[in-house]
Design a protein around this ligand. Structure first.
Ligand SMILES: [Zn+2]
Length: 361
């Protein structure tokens, strides 16, 4: 069996910043090949791949292990070497230590230990989780083609050893404001797109945000505003990029229409278009994993309360289709400098998963 703590160090040393996942995919492919009946590198474009592997055992239950291989970029505030996997005070420091090389290591170990047992065990590692989830999206298309329907999907994202059973969804809008130019000394002759965009920003706080009993309430965040004129002219164009997290019970089109109506009510002279930002992967929808036999079993073993995610991840794509449990290590500073994972927590998280799989064989 491959050791999860050792593997965590090894994987941190293998750089895999978003967009450069090829080397780690090959490394993982080599690590798990001896334990697999079949293993693939699934092309997702631009020389990037997912890893998909099928264990050698057969059983009543199908369990899919999923982790992502990519990390965010190196932020400025590192003291430790982000690729050094240095150990201090029971912690391993490194980029992705928590998010989620430790989770990846735990699943590689778990897979190596259980791949011969009476279980249909599938190991998957995705690229692009820190991007648009193109890896998970491509993997799920493959699963649907092959009619693979896991009884449970396990994802070892860091949750501080809490069981996460759902998350909010997310959609992003581009709001284009078109006015009319005129000489800047005679602004009344034009329509100032920036002034109108300012009024639009003011309506966001009044938009309805329905509440869900588990996922809580949606939120919005203007991410970017751009436009203007470089000469003394009334600016004729302005764009706002608006992030909106949302909960079950809302629809993406319904949210768009709320924004459109609120803007119409302002009676602006500019013409305004509210569109979804274009991307390859559809926006990730909110989900809640319903309690079933396997979920209760996992919760009991983990002896944890249930939590729900505020933001999106690959888990949204899986959670929409299959019972999905997210559970991972304790640590800190992910998506920042000085990211670390607690070494004890790697062993503890491994044990939780191992006890769970032992009950399924
Ligand atoms: Zn992550």
């Amino acid at each position: 069996m491959l050791h999860p703590v050792e593997l965590t160090r090894e994987l941190i040393r293998q750089q895999s910043v978003l967009g450069s996942e090829h080397a780690i995919a090959k490394q993982i492919h080599n690590l798990i090949s001896p334990y697999s009946s079949k293993v693939y590198l699934e092309d997702i474009g631009d020389g990037r791949e997912n890893v998909i592997a099928f264990g050698k055992g057969k059983g009543r239950r199908t369990v899919l292990l999923n982790a992502h291989m990519d990390t965010v970029e190196v932020m400025n505030n590192w003291i430790h070497n982000p690729f050094g996997a240095e150990e201090e005070d029971g912690k391993i420091y490194g980029l992705g230590a928590c998010d989620m090389k430790s989770g990846l290591a735990i699943f590689i170990s778990l897979y190596s230990a259980f791949s011969q047992q009476d279980l249909n065990l599938i190991f998957t590692a995705c690229a692009d989780e820190e991007g648009d989830s193109l890896g998970a999206y491509t993997l799920i298309q493959y699963m649907r083609e092959k009619n693979i329907n896991p009884d449970v999907v396990l994802i070892s994202e860091p949750t501080n050893e809490r069981v996460m059973l759902g998350a909010r969804g997310r959609v992003v809008f581009e709001i284009e404001v078109k006015g009319r130019s005129a000489h800047g000394a005679r602004p009344h002759l034009g329509i100032n797109a920036i002034m109108d965009a300012g009024k639009i920003l003011g309506v966001f706080e009044k938009l309805p945000l329905p509440e869900h009993d588990k996922l809580g309430i949606g939120s919005f965040c203007p991410l970017k505003i751009s436009g203007g004129s470089s000469s003394l002219s009334v600016p004729e164009e302005c764009r706002i990029i608006l992030d909106r997290h949302y909960v079950l019970g809302e629809t993406q089109e319904g949210i768009r229409m709320d924004i459109v109506k609120a803007i119409e009510a302002l009676g602006l002279r500019s013409s305004v278009r509210v569109e979804f930002v274009k991307r390859k992967v559809p926006f990730l929808k909110p989900y809640v994993c319903e309690e079933n036999e396997l979920v209760s079993m996992f919760r009991e073993i983990a002896s944890s309360d249930v939590t729900y995610g505020q933001s999106v991840g690959d888990f949204n794509l899986f959670g929409e289709l299959w019972p999905t449990i997210v559970y991972g290590c304790k640590g800190g500073n992910w998506h920042s400098g000085e990211e670390f994972v607690e070494i004890n927590s790697i062993s503890h998280t491994y044990d939780t998963y191992s006890r769970f799989l032992s009950m399924l064989v």
